[in-house]
Every structure is written in structure tokens, then in C-alpha cells.
Design a protein around this ligand. Structure first.
Ligand code: PEP
Length: 247
């Protein structure tokens, strides 16, 4: 059995002081746990300080984005090797905010996925549909095309070695959450798309997860944990969500 995952995406929030304070609160209260892994994604500039803060804890670290290029004249970019060098184990690729606000295509996301994995990081591939696409009945088609784009570049086996996070765009940062049934339906379609090779691929749900709605989502058979944005910025709320995965 693979580990269930609780992921905190801090986005572009906080100062080094607040990041260290949050990391140390989590570190003090999160017990090393055989069945659930906690992963936090601070802003790049706080990664080094957070890495030092959680060094003696069971919490893992990741980068919120990663360059598709290994090194060179790419001003402002952060490579996968740099993330590894800072102690990161994971990288988010294809977060809906990157796709929508920074025009990342599925092809670019696939290159980022490959770059991350080649450097030894575990990519967390984010996929999800817009409200319009859901209303038009295209949810599974859209999600499956986003995953297929990565499979085309990285291969099925490599996608199955990663983590996939289903994050409906209309639920990210909006306070709206997919119902447990809506989420399970998409997770089950993703599981079917991966086939036998993906039986042990962790599939996360993300989109306004909080302690009040997490239990029902995590109870679904194909939901193996959560990707949490806003609610991960408050230590107690995030820890409460994490405990619901263990339950
Ligand atoms: C996210 O950042 O991936 C996310 C799901 O954010 P929120 O929990 O705030 O919707």
C-alpha cells in the first residue's frame, strides 16, 4: 500500500518569518506517520529556510513550479536540480494557476514533468476542468487529454510513478468544492485511464478543501489524499485536515 498524501501549497504568500513559523508549528505537531506523508510547498525564496526548519521532521518539501530546462540563460527560472539541491522531493507541475495565468500549455507541462522526474523529483501533476467545460459535460475528456499529453512525452509508466491531483479550476481558491461523488467520478476515470500500471498511483483531490469538507472527500475509494491551498496556511486547520486522511 502506498502512502496517502496531504499537500500544502502556500502559493505566493508570507514572509520568511511567517514561513518558518508555519513550518515549525507543523514540524512540532506532525508525527512521523507510516501511512500519511505531509508535503509542503513554500514559495521558492523561502524553501531554504523552511528546509532547515523541517530537517529533523517527517515533513517533505516541494517546489510549486519547475523549469522545463536543465540550466542556462533562463532568467527567473528554477531548475529541477536546484530544487533537489535545496532538499525538495516533489514538484507541482501544471497547477491551474500556472496554466491559466502564465499560459502553460499541456505540452509545456509535459516537459516540466519530464524535467522534474529526470532530476529525481516526484512530479505532482495537476489537472482539472473549467466551470464551462463541466457544464458542457467535458470534464473527463479534458482531464484525460491533460494526462494523455504528459503520457505522450513521458510515457505511461513514468506518469504512473508520479502523483496526479485532480483540481477542478472552479473549485481552486473559490470556496466551492466538488461533491465527493463528482470528485470520485473523475478519480475513477483517471484510475481507468492509467490502467493496471496506475493501481498504486496516488490520486489527490484539490479545490477549497478544509477540515469541514475533507472527511467525505477522503472517504472516496479513489481519493488518496488532498492538495490544499488556502487552508494550508493555518497550521491547526491543515493538521486537522491531515488527521482526517488518517482516520
Ligand atoms: C491549490 O492551490 O491547489 C488549491 C487547491 O487551493 P485552495 O485549497 O485554496 O482551493
Amino acid at each position: 500500500m502506498f502512502k496517502l498524501l496531504i499537500v500544502g501549497n502556500w502559493k505566493m504568500q508570507g514572509t520568511v518569518e511567517s514561513a518558518v513559523a508555519l513550518a515549525s508549528q507543523l514540524g512540532e505537531q506532525w508525527n512521523s506517520n507510516k501511512s500519511v506523508e505531509m508535503i509542503i510547498f513554500p514559495p521558492f525564496i523561502h524553501i531554504s529556510a523552511v528546509a532547515a526548519t523541517i530537517a529533523e521532521t517527517a515533513i517533505s518539501l516541494g517546489g510549486q513550479n519547475v523549469s522545463e530546462y536543465p540550466s542556462g540563460a533562463y532568467t527567473g527560472e528554477i531548475s529541477a536540480e536546484m530544487l533537489v539541491d535545496q532538499g525538495c522531493k516533489y514538484a507541482l507541475v501544471g497547477h491551474s494557476e500556472r496554466r491559466a495565468l502564465f499560459n502553460e500549455s499541456s505540452e509545456t507541462v509535459a516537459e516540466k514533468f519530464k524535467a522534474a522526474q529526470s532530476a529525481g523529483l516526484i512530479p505532482i501533476l495537476c489537472v482539472g476542468e473549467s466551470l464551462q467545460q463541466r457544464q458542457d459535460g467535458q470534464t473527463v475528456e479534458v482531464v484525460s487529454a491533460q494526462i494523455a499529453a504528459v503520457m505522450n512525452v513521458a510515457g505511461l509508466q513514468n506518469v504512473c510513478r508520479a502523483v496526479i491531483a485532480y483540481e477542478p479550476i472552479w473549485a481552486v481558491g473559490t470556496g466551492e468544492t466538488a461533491s465527493p461523488e463528482q470528485a470520485q467520478q473523475v478519480h475513477s476515470a483517471i484510475r481507468a485511464q492509467l490502467g493496471e500500471a496506475g493501481e498504486a498511483t496516488p490520486l489527490l483531490y484539490g479545490g477549497s478543501v478544509k477540515a469541514a469538507n475533507a472527511a467525505e472527500l477522503f472517504a472516496q475509494p479513489d481519493i488518496d489524499g488532498g492538495l490544499v491551498g488556502g487552508a494550508s496556511l493555518e497550521a491547526n486547520e491543515f493538521l486537522n485536515i491531515a488527521k482526517l486522511i488518517e482516520a
